[in-house]
Design a protein around this ligand. Sequence first.
Ligand code: PPE
Length: 296
Amino acid sequence: MDGEMVPYEQANVHVLTHSLHYGLAVFEGMRCYKSENGRSAIFRAQEHIRRLFDSAHILEMHIPFSQEEIVKACADVVRINKFDECYLRPIAFYGAGEMGVVARNNQVRLAIAAWPWGAYLGDDGITKGVRLKTSSFVRFHHNSMMAMAKTSANYVNSALAGYEARRNGYDEALLLDVNGYVSEGSGENFFIVRDGVVRTPPLMSCLAGITRDAVMKILADDGIQVLEQQFPRDLVYISDEAFMTGTAAEVTPVRELDDRQIGDGKPGPITRKVIEVFHGALRGREARYNQWLHYV
Ligand code: PPE
C-alpha cells in the first residue's frame, strides 16, 4: 500500500477518502497461476498494468509509481502471501483531504491486494455453461462513462445489471449498448459462434478485455475467423455457441440467453477448444504464448 508491504488489518483508509465518495478510482484484476514447471506466473501482468495507467490517464489521475514498479510489487504481493495461485487487485484512488467532486489536491494512493478466487460464475457454469438474461440496464454510452477506463464508477452499471439477473434466477446479465446491440456482461466480454465464425462486440461498447484479446489471438492462430462486429440479441439466440471471457470468469460457456437454448445447450467444440488452449497458456503448456506469463 503506497509502496509499503502492510498486513491485512492495517490496509485501511479514512472515511473521507475522496474516491469512496465519487468513484474516481481505477483498478485491475489479474490472476496468477501455477505453471507446469512448478513456478507461479501472473497472466499478462504488463498488459494489465498498462491498462491501469491508460485508465488513470483517461481520468487525469497521475499514479506516483512507474508501470515496472507496480508489476514488480504485484509479484512481491504473491510471493509474500505464499500463493501458488491467486487473484490480484491493484487499485489507484484519491486519498482523504479535500472534499468536492472536482477537488484536485488529494494524494493518489495505490494498493495491491491478493486473494484466492474460484470460479466467478460457479463451478457448474464452467462445465455446463451459464444462463444469461438481457438486462433492463443499458450499458453506458462511451461519451458518458469512459468504457476504455476500468474505473470504479463504471461498476455501478455492472452491479445493477448483475443484481437484477441473479434475483431473477439467471447466472449473469447481458447488457445491450445505447443502440440496442449486444455489449458485454457485468464483468465479462461476450462472444458468439455461428457456422464456424466467431463474433464479439467492437471496443466502442465494451471494456478492452485482456482475456478477450488473448482469446481472439488463440482463435486466429487456430485459423478461425473472428469478427469484431455489432450484433443484436436475436443473433445470439440462433448461434451455435456462446461464451464469456474475463480474468475472474476465464472462459465460461453460455448455454442460454433469455430462456432460448443456444445450439445444443452444451459447451460447443470451438468453446471447448478455446478453453483447452487458454488454460494451457495460463499454465505454461503452450510455448507459443509463454510471453504472456510474468513469473513471480
Ligand atoms: N468487461 C467488464 C465490464 C469487466 O469488468 C471485465 C473484467 C471484462 C470485461 C474482462 O476483462 P479482462 O479481465 O481484462 O479480460 N472484470 C474484472 C472484475 C470482476 C469483479 O467482479 O471484480 C475481472 O474479471 O477481474
